[in-house]
Design a protein around this ligand. Sequence first.
Ligand SMILES: [Cu+2]
Length: 114
Amino acid sequence: MKIYIFLISAVFLTGGCADMSSHQNKQNMAQTMQVDILKFQFIPAEITINKGDSVIWINQEKRQYHSVWFQQPGTPEPDYFFPGESFSQKFDAVGVFPYRCGPHPEMRGTITVK
Ligand SMILES: [Cu+2]
């Protein structure tokens, strides 16, 4: 009887550990979040991602170019990208990163990395 209970516990504990490790793997897996650019807007304008994730901005306009410029840290203005093109960036530091479109200062967004 004691052996039987021991075996049941062993199976239960093993199952628990396996679940936990697969959950951790999922959390550590870097993701790429998509932001669309349409009608002079970043959609969504504000997103929150995990450290190590990337963001890809896709220009969904019919004929308007844009850029994604993290102006605050003194980064030079990047190249414009045209309809059907994209721009991507990986975020390895925690923080709040506001950005704008170079040629359209009213177009603004924020990436929060936690
Ligand atoms: Cu723009």
